[in-house]
Design a protein around this ligand. Sequence first.
Ligand code: GLN
Length: 550
Amino acid sequence: MLILYPVTSHSVYTEINMKKAKYIFVTGGVTSSLGKGIVAASLAKLLQARGFRTTIQKFDPYINVDPGTLNPYEHGECYVTEDGAETDLDLGHYERFLNVPSSQANNVTTGRVYQTVIENERRGDYLGKTVQVIPHITDEIKRRMKILGDSGDFDIVITEIGGTVGDIESLPYVETMRQLLWEEGHENALVVHLTLIPYLSAAGELKTKPTQHSVKQLLELGVQPDILVCRTERPITAEIRRKLALFCNVQPNAVIEAMDLKTIYEAPLAMLKEKLDKVVLNKLKLSTKNEPDLDQWRDFLFKLEHPKSEVNIALVGKYVELPDAYKSINEAFIHAGASNECKVKVTYVHSEMLTIENAAKKLSGFDGVLVAPGFGHRGIEGKLEAIRYVRENNIPFFGICLGMQCAVIEFARNVCGMKGAFSTEMDAETPFPVIDLMDGQKDLTQKGGTMRLGSYECKLEKDSKALKAYGKSLITERHRHRYEFNDKYKKQIEDAGMRITGTNPKTGLAEIVEIPTHPWFVGVQFHPELKSTVATPHPLFVKFVKACLK
Ligand code: GLN
């Protein structure tokens, strides 16, 4: 069957006739943190822009069943998908680049693989066999590697293998990849290996040996990479390209230079310049007439790099030592900034350092304040002081999840006179539990995967800032929390001037609060940052930045 589908939202069409999905694996060598996720997302963007239905999945070698139970200091932000999976933050990059929602199937951990195999074993599925890493674990990895490809929804599946080649814990993944490459055949699957070409200033040279060793390690495991993407601070000369190709056994045009960039959003264009997409399509024997349609992307990048103004926003949170903890919020500000043609300068303000005495001093000079999501008591009083300051001084405020809950607590305490008002997360004995656990959460003993997770509907009220931003009255947003606005206090709080402007139509739970007399004071129980992409910057972030510009 011949399928016709849009390359982007524009009207360019490509004829693509693929019966079976093709597989691209992305592995990493030499060190971690080289940006496999960005390379995978950039390649996916280019293939998508040529008309291929492309998805990216990540396999993480750790034993947590998902990153939901990980402290942000361990692994950065936990990204939540529409279907409520708690996933690695790289999935955020995939969605921001591709503008296609991902799902539970897009992120798999060793913990999840073992969990399934052990459940199978307990059920007796293995019929008395000894259950082993090979074939049982590798077969389960393979089944999961092929789920998206077999769904018929995608032409190309890019699989990022977390960790660094040679790690003990990633061995079963590399072995499964080897088997899949063999089963699918050379024209249907390939390996992109991302490595580092360090520059030694004492020698004045770029060094290829670490890459050679890393490829050798892959070869020992039976995998010959097809393409090398080389992270480097300096341009790779023709001589180095030839040397890498010769000693790593790849074609010279399959050595791709990946220089450090000003922003990750330049990466797809940098990869296009190096013809990564063409090399991939050639190897996979795929042809398209179209050049990739990247007009919208280029337009975004132009605005990002040519701002006409600047705003200073304070991000008040307690995980500020590790910016990855607020990855999606940062990226949402980048999208919203470009959309407003202004540079958004985000400054982290540690909530533990804010007190009633210093809040005004520490926050003066900012055009707006965002109070971040979070868990637990630490730093909470600082968040409340930040909110009191912006509320009283008419400074634009955006509260996300715990940030919204804090806005309600602050309002209850300082405007409604409910002394000691709190969330029962911080104080189980509070006389005014304005934020409380839902009944369904009260008897839970398991921590993993039991919060209110994923996409829920929200109905917006007339004459609200939220409705003005979204431009429609029924929206869906993603959640990740246990505690909720306590409806018992709704009347008291609304009578005092805080309005509930967004409600879950099924459960009646309050999802958005606003102060109509304030220039821009919006708190949301959900995580809007998770849905902001290059193609569709999030309307609340766009409007918040606009309010800060005024
Ligand atoms: N700790 C709060 C809750 O569980 C808020 C969570 C969050 O900010 N993501 O409800």
